[in-house]
Ligand binder design. Structure first.
Ligand code: ZN
Length: 373
């Protein structure tokens, strides 16, 4: 029987690469996780691209200008709490900094390798650039040490002070040579500025020319107002915020100007799948958004990498089969309370073909990191 491929449209090849297909005659997922007819087999190499690190200690605050938001770990009994200035930010444990503890957890959950990234609050865009560089260096040093000590289990991306683009460009050039990292984690906005702002163009140019990966993580949503709870912000605004970051880059034409960028978005790119049809329509009706972009946004979106941290097998399948075939990798948000506890189970419930499953478990991650198995 002729297999019908569900994403035959222009743009199934990007930058000369073959993309992974999902066929319509594969079993379909259901929210309850019943794949209707497929024998589930777990067990290939699984790379978790969305995991965070916080160093166990920080240097002393360098000056009064940084004091209000300077990170500091304070221990009280069994608890270790990260403070930002004099405010408690989050209670943490050894999973945030201890390589051996993480490796034990990985063995239990069937994760073969983690990509380590900074706890987003450590990106420090709100600090003066010099002080932020000290925090970035501290977290980069710790991630580099974990990677160097356990290269079979960890790869890493670091932090740069993107509130100072010239300094950030200098820092990009040292990520690989100084720290042995594969790239950088950046926030979804930089002190309220969208990533498509022309101010950040030199950073994207440097990232492309240096060949580093960029992992964009939701941070301090611009839609937040004072009376919203932290839970509401995390659960409701993060998916809106990360979609805004992706849409900003699509509408600004950044991904057209830097087609070799390897850029990944956290939290399944949030609401982006629901925006793509409207972005395409706006692109048509507004003459390529005022001539800024030539290719329709939903086609360019296929060059983005997206993590599978969505907790929903139907949405995971939609991302992998329709939004960004071959570009969706696994992500858990380890070690935080909201993390996906069973990545393999989530992938099982999405009922992928072996080819699609391999792509999500490790193929897309290796492409994102420009690495081989
Ligand atoms: Zn995260």
């Amino acid at each position: 029987m002729l297999r019908s491929i569900c994403w035959i449209v222009s743009g199934t090849r990007l930058h000369g690469e073959d993309l992974t297909a999902c066929s319509r005659d594969e079993p379909k997922p259901t929210p309850s996780g019943n794949c209707r007819g497929r024998l589930l087999v777990s067990g290939t190499v699984l790379i978790d691209v969305h995991t965070h690190v916080t160093p166990p200690e920080f240097p002393a605050c360098p000056d009064a200008a940084a004091a209000k938001r300077w990170p500091c770990m304070q221990c009280s009994g069994e608890q270790t709490t990260l403070f930002s200035g004099d405010k408690a930010f989050r209670v943490l444990d050894a999973r945030s900094w201890d390589a051996e503890r993480r490796i034990a957890d990985m063995a239990r959950s069937g994760v073969s390798m983690q990509l380590l990234s900074p706890m987003p609050e450590l990106l420090s865009y709100w600090l003066p650039s010099g002080a932020a560089s000290i925090v970035c260096d501290t977290v980069n040093d710790h991630i580099a040490e974990m990677v160097a000590g356990h290269p079979a289990y960890f790869r890493g991306v670091g932090a740069i002070p993107l509130q100072d683009v010239a300094e950030a460009v200098r820092a990009v050039k040292g990520l690989r040579s100084r720290y042995g990292l594969d790239g950088v984690e950046i926030g979804s906005n930089i002190n309220g500025k969208q990533l498509g702002d022309p101010e950040f163009e030199p950073f994207f140019a440097a990232a492309e020319s240096e060949g580093i990966a960029i992992f964009v993580h939701a941070i301090h949503p611009v839609a937040k107002v004072a009376d919203m709870s932290a839970q509401y912000v995390s659960v409701v605004l993060f998916p809106v915020e990360i979609a805004m970051a992706a849409a900003s880059l699509l509408m600004a034409g950044t991904l057209e100007r830097y087609p070799r960028l390897r850029i990944g978005f956290s939290h399944g790119a949030g609401a982006l799948p629901a925006m793509l049809g409207r972005l395409d329509q706006g692109w048509k009706r507004a003459d390529g958004f005022g001539g800024r972009i030539e290719i329709q946004p939903s086609v360019t979106a296929r060059s983005m990498f997206i993590d599978g941290n969505v907790y929903d097998p139907v949405l995971l399948r939609h991302l992998a089969c329709e939004v960004a075939p071959g570009r969706v990798f696994a992500g858990s948000d380890y070690p935080y309370k909201i993390m996906e506890e069973n990545i393999r189970g989530l992938i099982d419930r999405a009922c992928f073909s072996d080819e699609s499953r391999n792509s999500i478990e490790h193929g897309a991650a290796l492409a994102f990191l420009n690495a081989s198995a």
